[in-house]
Design a protein. Structure first.
Length: 216
């Protein structure tokens, strides 16, 4: 899941982004309304936008109007009265969470919005003797538990969701890493090597030369 956090209070924004990444989501941050619009236009699409209503420069209300229907919006704001919530939802927001908030609730709401942004995954993704339990974030091969690092888990999840289709390195960068990642980095190849080693033999991830990777 790709999430953009648009919040001008940097401590809150950075804490939310760090927490979402720890929950295996790909999260980017924008501290101003203009930066949020730039990322929304250039970053290849987000599943959920966590949006502070009182952003400097371009107001959160304006951003919500601009993106409603294209990305799920969770308004995160200090304006928590009933009339404020009604107004936010009327602008096109999908959900509204007043500050202060409990992080676990924010994660639950983001996940719920992410499920609504596209077809829901089954609780367990399977391919051959591989299985990925998304609820418990566990991976098994032929019944053997395979401990994976966060990015390795993310890469495998994207490959499993492709259902045998080829996934390019660029697509993996977009879905598993954040927008600050150098597009010319070899981090995908390095992560893929570690993932293959942990999954063991016989190899299950196939390289399609010049195209990407797939689980045949």
């Amino acid at each position: 899941m790709r999430v953009l956090v648009a919040e001008d209070e940097r401590m809150i924004a950075d804490a939310v982004v760090a927490g979402l990444r720890a929950e295996t989501m790909t999260a980017d941050v924008a501290y101003t309304g203009a930066a949020a619009l730039t990322l929304l236009a250039a970053a290849g699409g987000y599943d959920v936008l966590v949006l502070d209503r009182d952003l400097p420069g371009v107001h959160g209300d304006e951003i919500c109007r601009a993106v409603a229907g294209n990305v799920r919006v969770l308004m995160l704001t200090a304006l928590g009265g009933v009339h404020d919530r009604i107004a936010g939802l009327a602008l096109g927001a999908d959900d509204y969470l007043p500050k202060p908030f409990v992080f676990a609730e924010l994660v639950a709401r983001v996940r719920a919005l992410g499920r609504r942004s596209g077809p829901a995954d089954p609780p367990v993704l399977r391919r051959g003797d591989l299985s990925l339990d998304s609820a418990h974030r566990q991976v098994f091969r032929a019944g053997r538990y395979v401990p994976l690092a966060r990015k390795e888990y993310g890469v495998l999840a994207v490959l499993l969701r492709a259902r045998g289709g080829v996934v390019s390195a660029e697509e993996l960068l977009e879905k598993v890493w954040d927008e600050q990642t150098d597009p010319f980095t070899n981090t995908v190849r390095t992560t893929m090597m570690k993932l293959r080693r942990k999954l063991g033999e016989p190899a299950v991830i196939e390289t399609v030369p010049g195209v990407g990777y797939r689980l045949p």
